[in-house]
Design a protein around this ligand. Structure first.
Ligand code: NCD
Length: 305
């Protein structure tokens, strides 16, 4: 593996090796000194051209837990506002001596461009509505810890599928690991053609949710136009929100997940997010371990991974 750009086409063995390493790093993070020297001397730069709380901080924590140094680029305070191009910005940061870049950008494909321009590993931290592979890894890790394996699990991904990079990354990774994935959304928030995707589709959450082991809720991506294709948010919640009444109808050991940021009261009930069977904060915790596994595989690790 030279880069981590997408989960589409990733081999099952690659995913499983990353999850095994992530599990070990999760243990490291519980130690009194949650740090190993694996990437001492390496520098990881986070280049986030779109807002982020979890993903950027989690990559920084992951890099530091592996003893790498971190650098962080923010567009608002950078020379982008003086007209510098993406390519010149990337070459400039690279010239300071960077061993790996994590990139988030609103334009689909940006991480692939960086991978062409620079001779260092690139990790996609989210490109437009396209891919967010480390989110998929941390989600699969969280499910694996809970259920032992993804094989044969019924997983619904619910909400703004059309504009969600999380849905795309998760669907490919989960299907490769043996889960049966159903994408659930209003017709206007489903992509026009999903026939090449390893997932079933439904427009009726109530009809499918009672057989689910995992119900994965998505935020409506208003910044990508997701809010303009249904009549109102209350109407969306009425049909697709995980209210406490819906939660009560799930299988007794079913869990609810969400990548954050949550809009409580819209896609997830105000109180549901705090239930023991809502794994939202475990997902965040696992994000650090999953990203450690990725950084380790790309910068210092075993070539099998
Ligand atoms: C997601 C993203 O940025 O794609 N957030 C995240 O990384 N945890 C989901 C979202 O913004 O809704």
């Amino acid at each position: 593996m030279n880069h981590l750009l997408t989960t589409e086409g990733l081999e099952r063995e690659t995913l499983e090796n990353l999850l095994t390493d992530a599990d070990e790093f999760a243990e490291v993070l519980t130690r009194p000194i949650p740090k190993v020297p694996a990437l001492r001397g390496k520098t990881v730069a986070t280049m986030f051209f779109e807002p982020s709380t979890r993903t950027r901080m989690s990559f920084e924590k992951a890099a530091k837990a592996l003893s790498a140094d971190t650098m962080s680029f923010s567009p608002g305070t950078s020379s982008l506002s003086k007209g510098e191009s993406l390519k010149d910005t990337a070459l400039t940061v690279h010239a300071m001596g960077v061993d790996l870049m994590v990139v988030r950008h609103g334009a689909t494909g940006t991480p692939w461009r960086l991978a062409e321009w620079l001779d260092i590993p690139i990790v996609n931290g989210g490109d437009g509505a396209h891919q967010h592979p480390t989110q998929a890894l941390l989600d699969c890790l969280t499910i694996k810890q809970r259920f032992g394996s993804l094989d044969g699990l019924e997983i619904a991904i619910v909400g703004d599928i059309k504009h969600s990079r999380v849905a795309r990354s998760d669907m490919f990774a989960m299907a490769t690991l043996g889960a049966n994935v159903t994408l659930v959304a209003p017709p206007t928030l489903l992509p026009v053609d999903t026939t090449r995707w390893p997932a079933a589709t439904s427009t009726d959450l109530d009809a499918v949710m009672e057989k689910m082991d995992v119900v994965y809720l998505l935020r409506v991506q208003t910044e990508r136009g997701g809010g303009s294709v249904f009549p109102s948010l209350p109407e969306y919640t009425n049909r697709y929100g995980m209210t406490s009444a819906r939660f009560a109808r799930l299988k007794p050991d079913a869990v609810v997940m969400h990548p954050g940021p949550m809009n409580r009261g819209v896609e997830i009930g105000h109180d549901v997010a705090d239930y023991e069977r809502a794994l939202v904060l475990q997902q965040v915790t696992n994000g650090v371990a999953a990203r450690m596994a990725v950084l380790f595989a790309l910068l210092g690790g075993d070539s099998d991974v």
